[in-house]
Write a new protein. Structure first.
Ligand SMILES: NC(=O)c1ccc[n+]([C@@H]2O[C@H](COP(=O)([O-])OP(=O)(O)OC[C@H]3O[C@@H](n4cnc5c(N)ncnc54)[C@H](O)[C@@H]3O)[C@@H](O)[C@H]2O)c1
Length: 506
């Protein structure tokens, strides 16, 4: 089925945060838009909010006044569901309550034409459940926008058990015509983004709970080394800890308590204590007037080595060779099974998911310092490291001086399994793989969704390919061993790809 034509009427039910944003998107694409909200004056307020937002765009010169007024003229307020009868597509963005959504759709089915498409912006409810009592459930589809809808690119097009694929394809094409990045998903808890993103927050929370580093340092590592726009704590503060916790709890409960989604006790304590983030003035950070934002803890400057020996091979070796050359550090290259950089008495290795102290013992390495994954070793301004308990302070100084000479700030973590970026990325990729394995979405959709929905610097599966899937699997297995928790169990799809010698994308 084809995309809706811009002359066709779009109705939006619910004019709150999401509904007003969605109405703006549809009006911008040229559709006549009908906006309805059950709250007294709420639809007008929603339209005023759109008008105010557009006025700012005109002030900034990114929209002209004529376009603004034409867009606003296309948005009409109606005072009852009956006023939406002419719509070709009704998008519902009301309160997140199953019975109320079911009721609204039942009424809409009666009021609108047989060929109307019904869409819900639900974040957490099953599309199949919302459509269970409809007489034409095949015409109901999830159209999951992200907040703020006019800005966030992604729309998840979610099919329930009864949804007609042709209808989903038509709404997919319509969303693309509206300038959005659309992905198909099967109705399942958290759909794609709210499911796959859980480890981004959870691994940060676990690192904090274990005292690996403070919030500012973990955030800086995820931003600088991971390339994420925000670290997990500043992002949770922005989203609201209560909202973020509720999503995790809902996904966890929906998957019948799967340990992969276990909520954080630390986050619960903060929520219970009213530390909700920016909106309550404090969360992981303090937002009181005059409060300083804490800086990450950076290691003091240490002397750098003149030369290092690189053993073995790694997908990241060339980047490190380039950095050493640029910094004037001599390199002797040696064969070897595991990639390691020997620098003075220190042996530097990429984390494989074991604690440094355990790996030093198991692999009989005397002075082991581990380093974390970076999105791009050449451009990262920071690197995270940790040392084995039996490695001396002098060894740590040699490792620190090495990275500093390569132009990096050095963040020292306590000896924690999988460090920070590596364990987060492996867990994101594992969850992405499992979503595919469980037929929630296709291989390309998950990377598109995480980049378009949350501005991730790289899709988790493409990132796992770059790390090497055997290494990702090893990290997960070692994390599982380290914690003795089912949380880190590898997705069958990852295991299969490694066994077959294949990447995710090929
Ligand atoms: N806020 C987000 O970040 C976000 C993101 C994606 C999806 N969603 C989903 O979008 C939906 C709306 O969320 P929101 O944040 O915009 O909520 P909101 O509280 O800002 O707005 C909801 C609006 O719906 C109206 N409403 C409630 N019951 C109604 C009814 N029976 N008929 C007509 N109007 C009714 C309310 O008066 C209110 O104006 C929810 O399903 C939510 O899960 C929210």
């Amino acid at each position: 089925m084809e995309a809706l034509d811009s002359s066709q009427v779009i109705a939006v039910v619910g004019a709150g945060t999401m509904g007003s944003g969605i109405a703006q998107v549809a009006a911008k694409a040229g559709h006549p838009v009908l906006l309805y909200d059950a709250g007294a004056g709420a639809a007008r307020k929603g339209r005023d909010k759109i008008a105010g937002g557009l006025a700012i765009l005109v002030e900034r010169g990114s929209m002209d006044e004529a376009e603004r007024s034409e867009m606003l003229e296309r948005i009409s307020i109606v005072d009852g569901l009956a006023g939406l009868a002419s719509a070709a597509l009704v998008i519902e963005a009301i309160v997140e309550k199953l019975e109320i959504k079911q009721q609204v759709f039942a009424e809409l089915e009666e009021l609108c034409g047989d060929d109307v498409v019904l869409a819900t912006n639900t974040s957490s409810l099953s599309i199949s459940a919302i459509g269970a009592d409809l007489s034409r459930p095949e015409r109901l589809v999830g159209m999951h926008f992200f907040n703020p809808a006019p800005i966030m690119k992604l729309v998840e097009i979610v099919g329930g058990l009864a949804t007609d694929r042709g209808i989903a394809d038509s709404i997919f094409a319509t969303a693309e015509n509206w300038g959005k990045l659309a992905v198909h998903a099967r109705s399942s808890p958290g759909f794609i983004v709210n499911r796959v993103a859980r480890p981004f927050y959870a691994e940060g929370l676990r690192l904090l709970q274990e005292g690996a580093a403070d919030v500012a340092t973990i955030d800086a590592i995820m931003r600088d080394c991971g390339g994420f726009r925000m670290g997990p704590f500043e992002l949770m503060d922005l989203i609201g800890l209560d909202v973020n916790y509720a999503v995790t709890e809902s996904v966890h409960a929906s998957y019948y308590g799967d340990q992969r989604f276990t909520p954080s006790l630390l986050q619960k304590e903060l929520v219970d204590g009213g530390f909700l983030g920016r909106k309550s003035g404090r969360g992981f950070y303090d937002y009181a007037d005059g409060a300083d934002k804490p800086a990450p803890a950076d290691c003091a400057v240490k002397p750098a080595p003149d030369a290092v020996t690189m053993h073995g091979e790694s997908p990241f070796k060339q980047a490190l060779v380039n950095l050493c050359s640029a910094a004037g550090i001599g390199i002797e290259q040696q064969p070897g099974d595991d990639f390691a950089i020997v620098c003075g008495d220190a042996t530097l290795c990429l984390t494989d998911g074991r604690m440094a102290t355990v790996r030093a013992l198991e692999d009989d390495i005397e002075n082991l310092v581990l380093f974390d994954l970076a999105l791009d070793y050449e451009s990262t301004p920071r690197i995270a490291i940790c040392k084995a308990d039996n490695a001396s302070a002098a060894v740590l100084d040699a490792a620190t001086g090495f990275w500093q000479k390569l132009g990096k700030q050095v963040s020292l973590l306590d000896d924690v399994a999988g460090l920070c970026v590596m364990r987060s990325v492996c867990m994101l990729a594992n969850e992405a793989a499992d979503a595919i394995n469980q037929q929630v979405c296709g291989m390309a959709a998950v990377d598109t969704a995480m980049q378009g929905g949350l501005n991730y610097p790289r899709g988790p599966l493409a990132w796992a390919d770059a790390v090497g899937l055997d290494h990702v699997l090893e990290v997960l297995d070692n994390l599982g061993q380290n914690y003795g928790e089912d949380r880190y169990r590898a997705s069958p799809l990852l295991i299969r790809r490694v066994a077959g010698g294949k990447n995710f994308h090929e």
